[in-house]
Design a protein around this ligand. Structure first.
Ligand SMILES: Nc1nc2c(ncn2[C@@H]2O[C@H](COP(=O)(O)OP(=O)(O)OP(=O)(O)O)[C@@H](O)[C@H]2O)c(=O)[nH]1
Ligand SMILES: [Mg+2]
Length: 361
């Protein structure tokens, strides 16, 4: 699972990237044409609780890879735009995280001269739309030529689909707003359109504004209400400090700020939810492990995320929900209450299920 971090220059992308991944890349920031990659562990209090109860040797959370690319630049004489090299990196990601500057700092002036999150979201989204439109137009030209020579059904289907996309993009609307029939939803993936990717907007506000978060985000409600879009806020500078503290100091810091968990934890969770992912768990003396699967995944497919042999040789799964496990204090209690049950391959996993796969290869 990969998420691209984008935004205007100085919006706080690198600060956020370092917060999420724990990597210090400030020193290596030698040129604008650099991309940074790193892993963030997805916090999950249920998995923490499982580890507490089961006491395995190891705990493994799910992870997300974040990739930061350089800011949207104004190129002399060429207008504004993302570097094509960055666009290529973004295309292969599963979702985009757009950072907008809402903090006031004399030493970090906004490239447009003032803070305006809506304007910034719009200008970055326009870049996505333009990039997609160029791909659509190119492909349409080729398809028309091909169809003139030979009427291929698949080409005609693609042409009709892309013609529909072209109209949406020309109206400056992102493709993620489209409700597509299933076959088109599958075919669109191959094009890696940027405006079709789920979008998480991160408003980077000032420390003094932490208590005003609800008010700040309210102004972006019309963006947050759109399909496959989520909006969240944080002060990247403070979050970076929090992420560098050990657990005890972190707790004191959070109490001082009157918040329960670091805002970047919420952000990671939202990146996860935005992609329609849920978690299930496996546990043994060796490790308690969280696994990411798309909502609606059945037990056999889910077993494949653990190991392909488990999917191939799937017989049954023993399943209990985390809530039942935690309230019973262990498997014995679950057996007594009948909450631990055997499920077949078609069972659809729920977020928080604990599963043990029986398989034979
Ligand atoms: N006051 C304040 N400054 C911040 C905040 N977040 C980032 N900064 C500062 O803004 C400057 C730019 O931050 P970066 O994280 O490097 O921003 P960027 O988007 O990666 O910038 P480019 O990669 O150059 O486009 C740095 O000096 C940060 O310390 C914040 O929440 N508040
Ligand atoms: Mg940067």
């Amino acid at each position: 699972m990969e998420i691209g971090i984008v935004g205007l220059p100085f919006s706080g992308k690198t600060t956020l990237f370092s917060t999420l991944t724990g990597l210090d890349v400030s020193m290596s920031h030698s040129g604008k044409l650099e991309t940074h990659r790193g892993i963030a562990w997805v916090p999950d209090s249920r998995l923490d609780k499982l580890t507490e109860l089961v006491k395995p040797k190891k705990q493994v959370n799910t992870s997300i890879e974040y990739i930061e690319v350089g800011g949207l630049e104004t190129h002399e004489g060429k207008g504004k735009g993302f570097d094509p090299q960055f666009l290529a990196v973004l295309k292969t990601t599963d979702a985009l995280c757009l950072v907008v500057q809402a903090f006031q700092d004399e030493t970090v002036p906004h490239p447009e001269g003032s803070n305006d999150p809506l304007r910034d979201i719009h200008s970055v989204e326009s870049e996505f739309i333009l990039s997609d439109l160029a791909i659509v137009e190119n492909r349409l030209l080729k398809l028309e030529k091909q169809i003139m020579q030979r009427k291929d059904e698949e080409d005609i289907r693609d042409r009709d689909m892309l013609t529909k996309f072209k109209e949406i993009l020309e109206n400056e609307k992102p493709l993620r707003e489209l409700q597509l029939p299933e076959d088109e939803a599958i075919r669109i993936r191959g094009f890696q359109f940027l405006s079709a990717k789920p979008l998480l907007v991160v408003v980077n506000y000032e420390e003094a504004d932490i208590s005003r978060e609800a008010e700040i985000l309210e102004q972006l409600k019309m963006i947050a209400d759109k399909p496959k879009v989520a909006v969240t806020g944080l002060c990247a500078k403070i979050e970076l400090e929090i992420s560098q503290l050990d657990d005890d100091d972190q707790q004191i810091f959070l109490e001082d700020l009157k918040i329960e968990q670091p805002a970047f934890h919420k952000l990671i969770q939202k990146s996860y939810d935005l992609q329609g992912l849920i978690s299930f768990f496996t546990m043994s003396e060796k490790e308690c492990h969280a696994w990411a699967i798309p909502q609606g995944t059945n037990a056999q497919r889910a077993a494949g995320t653990i190991h392909s042999d488990m999917e191939r040789g799937f017989i049954r799964a023993e399943v209990v929900h985390f809530d039942d496990f935690a309230s019973s204090g262990g498997l014995a209690g679950c057996r007594e209450k009948g909450t631990l049950r055997l499920e077949g391959k078609d069972y659809i996993l729920k977020d928080g299920d604990i599963m043990q796969v029986r398989f034979n290869v």
